[in-house]
Design a binder for this molecule. Structure first.
Ligand code: SF4
Length: 146
């Protein structure tokens, strides 16, 4: 789920519940300033979509990504930090399924959309709850997730 190539068509999916209070500023500025998980994109990379999952259990994911593929030839979907983190956001019980759904449609997944996910990973490493990025996949399963 890592390895960002250049000049990509990029979209961000976020949590519908978080959308009620978040205007998306952190995600959008992170992309426009090429920071955090967007830092390796060049100036030609385009943000071609910014959408919510459609409420639990991610009911709009398939349709939106199908349309993005048809209309834009989307390359990469960033799964927003609000889907991945558990505080202060509502815990998502469907994050792993959301990630797999995107991958099953042949679109690359990158975890995180701003500084919050990076900070979470660093914090969990310091606490000894995470050794490396290879551990993330197991943690996203749910039961063992922080
Ligand atoms: S499926 Fe997850 S990301 Fe989507 S609304 Fe529910 S908690 Fe949020």
């Amino acid at each position: 789920m890592t390895g960002i190539a250049k000049s990509k068509k990029v979209a961000i999916v976020r949590c519908e519940r978080t959308e009620e209070s978040c205007p998306g500023t952190s995600c959008l500025t992170s992309f426009s300033e090429r920071k955090h998980t967007f830092k390796d994109y060049d100036e030609n990379a385009q943000l071609v979509g910014f959408f919510s999952c459609g409420a639990c259990p991610g009911r709009r994911i398939f349709r939106l990504i199908r349309n993005l593929k048809e209309e834009t030839g989307i390359d990469v979907i960033h799964v927003a930090s609000c889907i991945l983190k558990e505080t202060p956001f509502p815990k998502c019980l469907h994050k792993k399924d959301i990630i797999k759904s995107i991958q099953n449609m042949g679109v690359e997944v990158v975890l995180g959309s701003d500084a919050k996910w990076e900070k979470e990973i660093e914090l969990k490493k310091k606490e000894g709850k995470l050794e490396d990025y290879e551990s993330i996949d197991e943690l996203l399963d749910g039961a063992g997730h922080w």
